[in-house]
Design a protein around this ligand. Structure first.
Ligand code: PGA
Length: 245
């Protein structure tokens, strides 16, 4: 695993942005794997700034998102489709038809999982996948205990994940209980993975990722089975690794 430690979150976002811009410049038809959450927001802001400066052209880029809440459609303010439109897609010259996110409102969710896995096969795999990490080590919505050998599937969200995401909803009862997520097997198909983590809140997860075993109890540890992972982490999230030298 390559590790880049930055002093600030802003620098982390700049680093992640320049990796994605370099990818798009090298291949204007790149497939980008994207994530939601607070951590990628800074990266998306930098990508938008870069686009305005003419750093990269997204006209022929395709994107595959990791996950979507069950029951929240594109018209819901907290759906991940809305998040991506507001925080990235709506600001780039990307073709909406080339942006793929699971449909959390599909009548038959099992079928939707199969369909999305076919989309990954057809469109992907991503040239680069951006990933955040949960405090409990989740990647996408693959919660602790998830098999490393799963494709896109429906998950019950961990109580801790619902609590962490409750800040975006009127109350915890409004946080969906399920999501459709790429499985760890799907995520590991990406050619390259960029994992970003910022702040003290993530410091234990980063310590465990770097010092711990590969273990389904800690989903992010599956990334050690991939041969091209770059971890970009700010000093606050790296503090327990740092402290040990
Ligand atoms: P965050 O979420 O970026 O909002 O901390 C990351 C995650 O839970 O995957």
């Amino acid at each position: 695993m390559n590790i880049i430690v930055t002093e600030t979150k802003e620098q982390l976002s700049e680093q992640a942005c320049s990796i994605f811009e370099a990818q798009v410049k090298a291949d204007p038809e790149s497939v980008l794997g994207l994530a939601t959450g607070s951590t990628p927001l800074g990266t998306y802001e930098k990508l938008i700034e870069g686009y305005k400066k003419g750093n990269a052209d997204y006209q022929r880029v395709k994107t595959l998102n990791l996950d979507e809440y069950v029951g929240l459609g594109p018209d819901h303010p907290e759906s991940y489709r809305t998040f991506m439109e507001e925080n990235l897609f709506g600001h780039l010259n990307i073709d909406a038809a080339n942006t793929y996110i699971p449909d959390g409102t599909a009548d038959d969710l099992e079928k939707e999982c199969l369909r999305y896995e076919e989309v990954i096969e057809k469109v992907g795999p991503p040239d680069i996948q951006l990933l955040g990490i949960g405090e409990n080590g989740h990647i996408g919505f693959n919660e602790p205990g998830s098999s490393f050998d799963t494709p896109t599937h429906i998950v019950e969200l961990a109580a801790s994940t619902r609590e962490a995401n409750a800040r975006f909803f009127p109350s915890i009862e409004d946080v969906p209980k399920q999501a459709v997520t790429m499985g760890i097997r799907s995520i590991l198909k990406s050619k390259r993975i960029v994992l970003i983590a910022s702040g003290e809140r993530k410091a234990r997860a980063i310590e465990r990722l770097l010092a711990g075993e590969i273990d389904e109890a800690f989903p992010a540890s599956a990334l050690k089975n991939h041969d091209d992972v770059t971890l970009i982490v700010d000093r606050n999230a790296y503090q327990f690794v740092d402290g040990k030298g």
